[in-house]
Design a protein around this ligand. Structure first.
Ligand SMILES: [Zn+2]
Length: 409
């Protein structure tokens, strides 16, 4: 979430946000069309377009446009600045430079150990941010938003992670504050599964109002889109299904300890770290979750057996969420979802068996369409949404604007 408290929206500024929103959707429109589509008077549209032009957020478009729009049309200026984003995972991170629509212009992937703590990990992020900007011939002054997604629960008001099970040393760390010296813009922090849910919904399922994203990576988490909006819950903790209690499956002697300090959590059976732990316990020499996934995909007997059990437990937990929440689409992503052939059948079977027919009659349970880019795309889109749907807008002083007049209906 934004580290800056959302400004109250004065009546005087609503026209600008609505017009900007219309143009951000990719439309190229004349003032007459904008007035018709927003219901604002022609003079309000004139004033708002003038201030958006002055801010550089909108550009004239038309005569030279290949889309055959008439002269006097206006478009969102996606190149009026940049966003910098980082999708930090337990063992790897993707760092990207994006245009103002959230489209990725350039990106790098790095190995990382999130337990090295925020100084080390965010230090690496800052180094990559600088080099991405330099390669693009840009600098910190044109960065209009920074987005960081992390594998842990995030306090939506402060952008701080709170008691993160796997992010040793990050508890309460002021992530937005750590960027303040370099970047004079909003810094958005959200948990990885929320970013992925938003990215999948915005890019692949724009007409789906209710979507559940389940990330099976090193840990297990989920993000919910409800009524077309990201549902973070009262404190930002919504969707943390990885630490749901799972009754001990047959053949398991002792409930496994979880990284959160409890025992018997879903991810202690079904997360990537649990798969790695169990394969190591059987004497297999593996060091990372990636190696465990590779072994699984090769069809190794022990790995397949563990994945089958895990898929059933995941499916049962997802079924509970389906019963509570009735999503139209369930997207499964994360490292382990790459081994789709060993997970999806068990998940689907459990969801259909455990959920009510009304909730499953038109449900889709699918893999992520964005693969390992899902997180970075999602956090970039969350930054765009945060920067352009509330005041202060970049380069615009809200107080200067007179109240808009609506056209008579
Ligand atoms: Zn746990």
């Amino acid at each position: 979430m934004s580290a800056q408290p959302a400004s109250p929206l004065p009546e005087a500024t609503t026209g600008t946000l609505e017009i900007l929103d219309l143009l951000r959707s990719g439309k190229i429109l004349t003032k007459t069309e904008i007035a018709a589509q927003t219901g604002f008077s022609r003079s309000t549209v004139n004033q708002r377009i003038d201030s958006l032009l002055e801010a550089g957020l909108v550009v004239p478009s038309g005569a030279e446009s290949t889309k055959g729009r008439p002269a006097g049309s206006f478009a969102f200026n996606r190149t009026a600045g940049q966003f910098l984003v980082a999708d930090i995972g337990a063992t790897a991170m993707r760092i990207g430079l994006c245009d103002l629509t959230g489209a990725i212009l350039d990106e790098v992937e790095l190995k990382v150990d999130v337990t090295d703590g925020p100084d080390v990990v965010l230090g690496m992020v800052k180094t990559e941010f600088s080099s991405l900007l330099m390669q693009a011939g840009a600098g910190p002054a044109t960065v209009l938003g920074v987005g960081i997604s992390v594998p842990g629960p995030v306090d939506t008001d402060t952008g701080r992670v709170v008691h993160p099970p796997i992010m040793t040393g990050w508890d309460g760390y002021d992530i937005p504050g750590s960027f303040r010296n370099e970047y004079n813009c909003p810094v958005i922090v959200d948990k990885d599964a929320n970013a992925m849910a938003f990215g999948e919904q915005q890019t692949t399922y724009p007409h789906v109002e209710h979507l559940l994203m389940v990330k099976i990576g090193t840990g297990v988490g989920s993000g919910l889109i409800s009524d077309g909006r990201l549902h973070r819950g009262a404190d930002g903790a919504a969707g943390d299904i990885g630490h749901n209690y799972v009754p001990k499956p047959a053949g398991v002697e002792n409930e496994p300890e979880c990284r959160c300090g409890n025992t018997g959590c879903l991810e202690a059976y079904a997360g990537g770290w649990a798969l790695l732990r169990d394969l190591q316990a059987q004497g297999l020499e593996l060091a990372t979750v990636d190696e465990a996934v590779r072994l699984l995909r090769s069809g190794e007997r022990n790995a397949v057996r563990l994945a089958r059990t895990a898929s059933r437990l995941l499916g049962e937990a997802i079924a509970v969420t389906v019963n509570l929440f009735n999503p139209r689409v369930v997207v499964i992503g994360g490292q382990l979802a790459a081994a789709e052939e060993y997970y999806f059948a068990g998940i689907r079977e459990a969801v259909y068996r455990r959920s009510l027919p009304l909730a499953t009659r038109s449900i889709e349970i699918v893999g992520s369409t964005r693969g390992n880019q899902a997180g970075v795309i999602g956090i970039a889109l969350l930054v765009a949404q945060s920067v352009f749907t509330q005041y202060p807008l970049p380069h615009i002083e809200a107080a200067r604007e007179p109240a808009p007049a609506r056209q008579p209906a």
